[in-house]
Design a protein around this ligand. Structure first.
Ligand code: TRP
Length: 331
């Protein structure tokens, strides 16, 4: 039997190249070797966006379109929305009984996010319990592997602790899941900081060819190279060069590096070439996305079917959980 993989994403807006190279390529490749469940974590989005829930529901379809356009295949993987499977709420409740508050309070992302999102009141019960809900998501499907970015490692670690505690108290119901870190290439945004929607430095998967061209034209290059006649050092100093690495052939990359160092190739021409390579590289994603957005009903059907499959697994897990807990109590 193939091992099971589970991962999720909050529907917090349009996806960008950072998601594509950091997460989606990883998910796509895992589909061949694992039984994959990928879901939209809309309840998790509610922990920080409870004041405007409508912004969440609007993003769900768009995000799933992005997934599929990037090669996540609903024929191979189970795609669903968290809140369609009420069992997640029950398992979350039961896990909350055995999770010490101190484990949650010492979770580094908890304090960090509270500080970063100062304008929101995050001193809520739900936000503290974010990792408990995540643990429920993961073990519900008895996942062996959880492909995530480094920022999620503390959450997966907590999931492992909660799982061990459950198994110790009620019997070995769950495999202890493992995080699977992808080798993600460093992907800077247009300004050189990490690509992030909140920094306004992203290239979105839904951007048109023209958007891509004008965005790349503004991208920071080697700041210590004000004139074309100055020799550059792309590997050390040029932000755009990190993107070149993903979209140009190895030979062309080498030529560009040499010509930049020899002050033969200017940044304007170089970025034009990058923009065209990106437009080409994303053409297939764009085409699929366009076809999907012309048929929103299709996405609804995919998510409905996915929910049905997920519910079967979740239903069976939850009855094992109920048995395990109540039987223990009766003896
Ligand atoms: N916390 C994850 C994020 O912000 C989303 C998430 C929720 C998740 N449940 C999960 C990821 C279970 C992996 C497994 O990206």
């Amino acid at each position: 039997m193939r091992q099971r993989v589970l991962s999720g994403m909050r529907p917090s807006g349009k996806l960008h190249l950072g998601h594509l190279h950091g997460v989606l390529h990883n998910w796509r490749n895992m589909q061949h070797d694992y039984d994959c469940f990928f879901f939209v974590a809309d309840w998790h989005a509610l922990t920080t966006n409870y004041e405007n829930p409508w912004s969440i529901s609007g993003n769900i379809g768009e995000m799933v379109m992005d997934w599929i356009a990037c090669g996540i295949d609903p024929e191979k993987s189970t795609l669903f929305v968290q809140s369609d499977i009420k069992e997640h709420a029950e398992l979350h409740l039961l896990l909350s009984m055995i999770t010490p508050v101190s484990w949650l309070e010492r979770n580094p992302t908890y304090k960090e996010q509270q500080q970063q999102l100062k304008e929101m009141d995050l001193a809520t019960y739900g936000f503290l319990g974010y990792p408990v809900l995540q643990a429920a998501d993961i073990i519900m499907y008895k996942a062996h592997k959880v492909p995530v970015g480094v920022d999620q490692l503390p959450h997966v670690e907590l999931t492992r602790e909660i799982t061990r505690r459950f198994n110790y108290l009620y019997g070995e119901v769950f495999p202890v899941p493992e995080a699977l870190l992808a080798e993600t290439p460093k992907l800077p945004g247009l300004d050189g900081r990490k690509m992030s929607k909140s920094y306004g430095n992203s290239i979105f998967l839904s951007d048109s060819d023209e958007d891509i061209r004008s965005k790349i034209a503004t991208m920071v290059t080697d700041i210590e190279r004000p004139r074309k006649s100055d020799p550059g050092d792309p590997e050390k100093r040029c932000v755009a060069f990190q993107l070149h690495k993903l979209y140009l052939s190895a030979e062309r990359l080498k030529e560009i590096e040499e010509d930049c160092k020899a002050a033969k190739l200017g940044c304007v021409a170089c970025k034009k070439e990058l923009a065209e390579a990106l437009v080409q590289g994303l053409a297939e994603v764009h085409e699929r996305r366009l076809a999907l957005s012309a048929n929103p009903q299709k996405i609804r059907e995919i998510l409905l079917e996915g929910a049905e499959k997920a519910r079967k697994v979740a239903g069976s897990t939850i009855s094992q959980v109920r048995d395990a807990i109540w039987i223990q109590r009766a003896t």
